[in-house]
Write a protein that binds this ligand. Structure first.
Ligand SMILES: [Zn+2]
Length: 287
């Protein structure tokens, strides 16, 4: 059985019209730390749409890339994660505890993790009391680590993001023991050009959810507006730096390749307009 939690609405603070200039002029006491919870080895054709004209001279090759989990520390609201990375079952097996008769075909990735590299162990070491976790999307490499996190924390995703992509042919029962999940409803969002639906998650302008569909149906990117640094976590709206530089969106395995390309173009436009924003791609961090 694949457990599916009840979908509830994530209660949003009051949203109001604003601009990125106004937001960046009022940074907040919020910090972000990025952890590598392991690596995945797979073909670049999933990370880059190799049929795009801008990808013309790129060849198919295998790449080994990190799998992130980000810890957010907000002075008032406490600790939250953005994505959970790989769970500790990947320490023993490149498919971890993924189930399904066609898993090797439908999940053509090998995952690797060292002992104590999973986010649950890292949080325990740091004595962190987590309030919740925001997810970019529900692909295994972003949600797997949730299995070992406390069951009473709030789990937040984009509205209507599918729980599983191939049913019983490929799944990981990562929501086992969780009663509910909270969905961000972007129909209540304001547009803040050049991005479309943007949600002020805490209401104080410190953390933003950006609707970035294409890689999956309801993919979400996050922007941390901190006094120390402003960082855009693209999630898999852009997997690696090369895709961003060439403006080539994610490839095979996307819900909608064309939509994913349009999303990347908007993110690129945003980054060009605000070059001081640090970028962290789904599977590559820029220092
Ligand atoms: Zn990913």
């Amino acid at each position: 059985m694949i457990h599916q939690p009840i979908r509830k609405r994530f209660k949003l603070p009051k949203q109001r019209k604003t601009t990125w200039n106004e937001i960046f002029n009022n940074p907040k006491d919020i910090l972000i730390d990025t952890f590598e919870t392991g690596t995945i080895l797979f073909s670049n054709k999933y990370m880059l749409n190799l049929s795009h004209p801008y990808a013309k001279e790129l060849n198919e090759e295998e790449l080994q890339v990190p799998v992130f989990s980000h810890l957010i520390t907000h002075k008032t609201y406490g600790h939250f994660l953005i994505d959970s990375g790989l769970d500790r079952s990947f320490q023993n097996d490149v498919y971890g505890n993924i189930e399904g008769k066609n898993k090797e075909i439908l999940w053509p990735l090998k995952s690797y993790q060292e002992p104590n590299q999973d986010i649950a162990s890292l949080l325990l070491d740091m004595n962190i009391n987590l309030k919740g976790i925001f997810l970019t999307h529900l692909h295994i490499d972003h949600v797997a680590g949730i299995q070992d996190l406390p069951k009473d924390i709030q789990v937040i995703i984009g509205k209507d993001e599918p729980f599983h992509f191939f049913g019983k042919n490929l799944y990981q029962d990562h929501f086992k023991g969780r009663e509910s999940i909270h969905e961000i409803d972007f129909s209540q969002a304001h547009q803040i050009p050049p991005l479309e639906s943007c949600i002020n998650l805490f209401g104080d302008g410190s953390l933003w959810a950006l609707f970035t569909p294409g890689h999956t149906k309801s993919h979400v990117s996050y922007l941390v507006n901190g006094k120390k640094q402003v960082m855009l976590l693209t999630g898999d709206a852009c997997d690696i730096k090369l895709g961003f530089e060439r403006c080539v969106g994610p490839g095979l395995g996307c819900f909608n390749v064309k939509g994913a390309q349009e999303t990347l173009e908007k993110i690129k436009h945003f980054s060009d307009q605000f070059p001081n924003i640090k970028l962290c791609f789904g599977h590559e961090k820029i220092d």
